[in-house]
Design a protein around this ligand. Sequence first.
Ligand code: SAH
Ligand code: SF4
Ligand code: F3S
Length: 444
Amino acid sequence: MTPVPAPRTFRVKSFGCQMNVYDGERMAELLSAQGMTAAEASDDADLVVLNTCHIREKAAEKVYSDIGRLRREDGSAPLIAVAGCVAQAEGEEIMARAPSVRVVVGPQAYHRLPELVAEAAQGRRASDTEMPAAAKFAALPRRRKSGPSAFLTVQEGCDKFCTYCVVPYTRGAEISRPFADLVDEARLLVEAGAREITLLGQNVNAWCGENGKGRAIGLAGLIRALAELPGLARVRYTTSHPADMDDDLIAAHGDTPKLMPFLHLPVQSGSDRILKEMNRSHTAAGYLRLLDRVRAVRPDIALSGDFIVGFPGESEADFAATLALVDAVGYAQAFSFKYSARPGTPAATMGRQVPAEVMDERLQRLQAALNRDQLAFNAASVDKRCAVLVERRGKHPGQWLGKSPWLQSVHFEGEAAIGDLVEVELAEAGPNSLAGRVVERVAA
Ligand code: SAH
Ligand code: SF4
Ligand code: F3S
């Protein structure tokens, strides 16, 4: 490849889950620490990093159309780096299919991005998809800037091997970042402006470590320790697996007021037969019992989940069991997807793949039920008051946008500043947000 001048401006575009958002922010900090400047748009950037997602076929294919779109009217293109889960899963294929890509870097190697970019600028295509456990975190720069709501990756990888899922292959085995590092990073985030921290992991409730006194603790222990940080008002965590919801984490929902009353606990299906084929290690009844135990300590908990329709062999009766589970839970919000066969996963070669039109129809019915429950959950807030963390200005003059304790988006008017916690009286509810006005500022 022909050498190019060393890039001076960059843009990082992240797709997929919140862990990719966190990684994208860290890559941007890393490039800034090298003296590069963030560009407003890809068109103005010398270097574009596509931080990709491999979870479903559509997400993975998007990379190739995005690469094509980076070509400019005059025929030139920025230096393109592909990062994230597609880089990990299909690094060599990307290099072969997309000659304009100069760098491929996996999710566990992105601390090496500046070196790889320098190598590529000299005319050599550069790639690193090694998976050393967590070496990257130690190599990242200190955090200096944060909005009111920040992400903190505490755990990575997954050992669950659900039969449809690529994550154990793209992110590797479960690892937990050390307690002391996390407390330090959380403290820096608070000093940099964070009032709320969301602890992230593909399987965040599998986090384990040793606290400052050398005692073995789980995620609940980490949450309680972070809740002591002065200036931090709210703690959240996502995503959890039902099998790792231990007694202590359930108890934390009752005894740690800064832990917000919201639980994202994916179930995927309401049919025990399908759950078994998915290798989910829980039944529908076991999942419902778990939710009852959380509700017993935190009656106002808002629940969220993930669903897959059309897993191989899913019958109409299996799907009906999913709808019945949705009715039994009453989710505050949820994500639902059509099954997508992923190369290399056991489910991709299972018999009885469900036809596309059946999947479409089931997804519509499921989403109608989930939307109904989400609207009902939001409607129940009207005429009540709640604490809102102010995240940014809204679209209209005088309007603000923030989040309720139950992760609802709230648009409101009145006296406020970014990072404040304000008490808002809620007047209106829509399917995706609430609207109201400030009654008072809350000290926290
Ligand atoms: N670790 C998390 C989430 C992983 S991916 C968990 O287990 O809960 C986020 C969601 O994408 C999953 O919960 C699942 O609902 C969906 N998903 C994963 N693989 C998929 C596939 N092959 N097809 C369709 N949806 C999928
Ligand atoms: Fe994928 Fe299952 Fe692991 Fe979630 S728990 S990341 S769905 S293998
Ligand atoms: Fe996608 Fe990788 Fe996250 S596959 S969902 S970006 S872990």
